[in-house]
Design a protein around this ligand. Structure first.
Ligand code: ATP
Ligand code: LTN
Length: 334
C-alpha cells in the first residue's frame, strides 16, 4: 500500500521488547503510527511473547517492556487515543495462534526469511525453538483478532503480512467469513534502515551496539557510532550514485532533516566524510533531544506506565475475546 492518507481504518502494529529501540524502528514503524493515530482506530502492542522465541533474560524482560511502552508514548503515541498494551496480558493471542496453526501451510512457513535469519544466529538446530518457527502464526493472531485493516511496519515484515492474509483467506473459505484481510503499510522512504557496520544487513536491536543508533543514545555515543560507521571507497554524496553504506547514511539524514534529496546533494557536494558525518550526527542528536527528555520523564513514572498498560490490556481483551469466541464457534469448539 502506498503512502496515502488513511481515515477510519482499524490499524494494528507491534514491536518486540528484545532490546533498546533504534532509529530503524522509529523511521520504519513508529513515525507512521503517530500520523495514523489522528483519524483511525489504532492499537499498538508490545509483543513480549514474540521476544521469548529466542534466548532472553527473564529478569530484565519486565523492564524492557516498560522501556518500549515509554518509547511509544515519548514518540507521540497518545494512550487516550490509541490502545497500548502488552501481548501476554491478553490470552486470546496465544489461543488463536494455536487454532490458526491448524491451517497454517507448512511449506509457506518454511520460506519465512526472518525465521531463516534468526535461526542462523543460533548455535545448533536444537537451539532453534518451535516457537521461533511458528512466530508468524502468533503475529497473524495479533492482527486478525482486532479486525485489522492496515498494518504499518518496516519492509522486513511484508512477508509475514502476506502469510497472515493467506491464513485469513483459508480460514474464511473453510469455516465461513470471519477475518478481514489486512494490508501492509510500508513507508516509501526509510522502510529499511541498514546496519552502520554492515550495509547489507538491516539495522537490528539484537545485533552489536555499534551497528545501531538507539533512540536513547547520548549525544557523544551518537557521534562516536556515526564516526565509526562504514563508508564506501569514493566520497560521493548522491542518492543514486553513492555506494550502499553512504546511501543508507543519506537516507537517515533525509529522514531526520526533512530536506529534499536535491538540497542534501548540493549541501554535501564538496564535503568530506568527516564533514558529512558530523552534520548527520548533529541532526540526529537535535531531533532525538525532545524525545529523550520526554522518555526519561515517562520512564521514571513506573506506576503511571503500568496503569496505562493495564487499561490498554483491558480494552484489548474486550475486542479480542469476542473474536476468539466467534472463531471457536465456527471451528466447532463450543
Ligand atoms: P530484533 O532485532 O529483535 O528482531 P528489530 O530491531 O528487527 O528487532 P522489531 O521488533 O522486529 O525490531 O521491529 C519493530 C518494527 O520496526 C517493525 O515494524 C519492523 O519492520 C521495523 N523495523 C525493524 N528494523 C527496521 C529497520 N532497520 N528499518 C526500518 N524498519 C525497521
Ligand atoms: N513480527 C514483528 C513484530 C510483530 C508485529 C505484530 C508487527 C508481532 N506482531 C503484529 C505488526 C503486527 C517484528 O518482528 N517486527
Amino acid at each position: 500500500m502506498p503512502q496515502e492518507t488513511l481515515t477510519n481504518k482499524t490499524i494494528f502494529s507491534g514491536i518486540q521488547p528484545s532490546g533498546i529501540l533504534h532509529i530503524g524502528n522509529y523511521l520504519g514503524a513508529i513515525r507512521q503510527w503517530i500520523k495514523l493515530q489522528q483519524d483511525n482506530t489504532t492499537i499498538f502492542c508490545i509483543v513480549d511473547e514474540h521476544a521469548i522465541t529466542v534466548p532472553y533474560d527473564p529478569k530484565t524482560l519486565p523492564d524492557r517492556v516498560l522501556d518500549v511502552a515509554a518509547a511509544y508514548i515519548a514518540a507521540g503515541i497518545d494512550p487516550e487515543k490509541s490502545i497500548v498494551f502488552v501481548q501476554s496480558n491478553v490470552a486470546a493471542h496465544t489461543e488463536l495462534a494455536w487454532l490458526l496453526s491448524t491451517i497454517a501451510p507448512y511449506g509457506q512457513m518454511s520460506r519465512m526469511t526472518q525465521f531463516k535469519d534468526k535461526s542462523k544466529k543460533l548455535s545448533s538446530k536444537d537451539a532453534i525453538s518451535l516457537a521461533l518457527f511458528s512466530y508468524p502464526v502468533l503475529m497473524a493472531a495479533d492482527i486478525l483478532l482486532y479486525g485489522t485493516q492496515v498494518v504499518p511496519v518496516g519492509e522486513d515484515q511484508k512477508q509475514h503480512i502476506e502469510l497472515t492474509r493467506d491464513i485469513a483467506e483459508k480460514f474464511n473459505s473453510q469455516f465461513g467469513e470471519t477475518f478481514i484481510l489486512p494490508e501492509p503499510y510500508i513507508p516509501t522512504d526509510s522502510a529499511r534502515i541498514m546496519s552502520l557496520t554492515d550495509p547489507a544487513k538491516k539495522m537490528s536491536k539484537s545485533d552489536a551496539e555499534k551497528s545501531y543508533i538507539a533512540l536513547t543514545d547520548a549525544p557523544d555515543v551518537i557521534r562516536k557510532k556515526i564516526a565509526g560507521a562504514v563508508t564506501d571507497t569514493e566520497a560521493i554524496f548522491s542518492f543514486k550514485k553513492s555506494g550502499p553504506a553512504v546511501k543508507n547514511l543519506l537516507a537517515i539524514y533525509k529522514a531526520f532533516s526533512d530536506k529534499t534529496e536535491e538540497e542534501i546533494e548540493k549541501q554535501f557536494d564538496d564535503a568530506t566524510y568527516k564533514d558529512f558525518k558530523s552534520a548527520l550526527a548533529e541532526t540526529v542528536i537535535t531531533t532525538l533531544e525532545p524525545f529523550q527528555k520526554k522518555y526519561n520523564e515517562i520512564r521514571s513514572e513506573d506506576t503511571e506506565l503500568r496503569l496505562i498498560l493495564g487499561k490498554g490490556g483491558h480494552r484489548a481483551q474486550g475486542i479480542a475475546n469476542a473474536k476468539l469466541h466467534e472463531v471457536k464457534i465456527k471451528m466447532g469448539l463450543v
